[in-house]
Design a protein around this ligand. Structure first.
Ligand SMILES: *Cc1c(COP(=O)(O)O)cnc(C)c1O
Length: 388
């Protein structure tokens, strides 16, 4: 039996997979079992920020796996400490909690917000406002936080205490605010929801409401964080620092990690015994994440991301099938006039290019390290498919 047959027989069929079995990758290209190669514009959904098997990253990961692969959080170890110090220094946050995924990072943020409010104001101030069309994860609590009706099915009862506000609708935001609210949670660019960038005014209003009413602003930067939008954190585009920021996808360079960052005001809300994760902050994963941050620290990296973004937008502007381009940095949504995003994805795959979709858009999340040459080759394929 081949991998596809084994998968279909033995893995729960929760995913709509493409009929390709990938075997190996290097830099920003991978190949399947038949030796066909693909340029990668998806980064394993924004995770392989340094491309496939980046050398510095792979060396650090392999060295760590041969030295000390896991300890649990009953002990101290250097990789998670070093990563935390770096994360805090680079972002301005005070403390971090590690989980293993975006959903777990968000669970931590939600628990932190509720406890912050409980400690200070007592019971009943537990409502978290999120946005219509958001995506915050697949656990029961983060599904409840996700403001899309399609996700609120089958698994009843969901976690109570979430309220959904229309993105960029300041009046709706004020209408849904009351004394039970303890946090407002947003993605600066809604990724799964269709690569929709929030308005600067709306973000400014959220930030000032949160400060005024002492409720926590939570930025879900699971997809937008770690350079994806051309800044280390997408909040920097708006001069906005949330009280709590969650990270995951791009941080691990392709290994599972989630991180919940808290500012000084709420850094000590979660004390001993209030939260935990057996694997969270695993040494191997953290050793890799340190290498991702070392890459991000270099001069000119963010400018390069912006230049690559500008190039993609310029190429797309010449394609008549493109109705609109959304997003920020190397997180790009392409609205189409006639074609279906799923068909474009399929044709790109056939021609050796991996792309993603989000709602009815084609979505691009190329590895941040992609060369201009490789980017141009990929855009040739994409533009051909779109024009065909
Ligand atoms: C992907 C994503 C999540 C969920 O991350 P998992 O690692 O799949 O749990 C949460 N929030 C946003 C914004 C995401 O893009």
């Amino acid at each position: 039996m081949n991998a596809i047959e084994q998968t279909e027989l033995h893995i729960m069929s929760t995913y709509g997979r493409n009929a390709v079995t990938l075997e190996a990758g290097s830099e920003t290209t991978c190949r399947d079992e038949n030796g066909k190669s693909y340029i990668d514009f998806g980064s394993g959904i924004g995770t392989n920020s340094l491309g496939f098997c980046n050398e510095a990253w792979a060396d650090a990961v392999c060295a760590q796996v041969r030295t000390l692969q896991h300890t649990s959080n009953l002990y101290y170890h250097s990789p998670q400490a070093q990563l935390a110090e770096k994360l805090c220094a680079m972002t301005g946050y005070s403390k971090v909690f590690y989980g293993n995924s975006g959903a777990e990072a968000n669970e931590c943020a939600i628990k932190l917000a509720r406890k912050y409010s409980f400690d200070k104001y007592g019971a009943g101030r537990h409502t978290i406002i999120t946005l219509v069309n958001s995506f915050h994860g697949r656990t029961l609590c983060t599904l409840s936080a996700t403001g899309q009706d399609v996700f609120h099915n089958f698994f009843f009862p969901f976690v109570e205490g979430f309220r959904y506000v229309k993105a960029n609708d300041i009046a709706d935001l004020h209408e849904k605010l009351d004394d039970t609210v303890c946090a407002i949670m947003v993605e600066y660019v809604q990724g799964e929801g269709g690569v929709c960038l929030l308005d600067a005014d709306f973000i400014k209003e959220i930030r000032s409401i949160c400060t005024e009413r002492d409720i926590l602003m939570i930025a879900d930067e699971v997809q937008t964080g770690i350079g994806r939008t051309g800044k280390l954190l997408a909040g920097e585009h708006f001069g906005c620092m949330a009280d709590v920021t969650t990270l995951a996808k791009g941080l691990g360079g392709g290994l599972p990690i989630g991180a919940c960052l808290a500012n000084e005001k709420c850094a000590d809300v979660l004390g001993k015994g209030s939260h935990g994760s057996t694997f969270g902050g695993n040494p191997v994963v953290c050793a890799g994440a340190v290498k991702v941050l070392e890459y991000m620290e270099q001069d000119g990296v963010m400018d390069e991301i912006e230049a690559k973004s500008a190039y993609i937008r310029e190429r797309l502007s010449a394609v008549s099938e493109v109705a609109a381009v959304s997003g920020k940095g190397l997180m790009i949504g392409i609205a189409l006039k006639e074609k279906k995003a799923a068909d474009v994805l399929q044709q790109c795959l056939e021609q050796g290019l991996l792309v993603l979709t989000a709602k009815d858009k084609v979505r691009l999340l190329p590895p941040l390290v992609i060369s201009m040459e490789e980017l141009a080759k990929g855009m040739d394929i994409l533009c051909n498919v779109l024009e065909g």
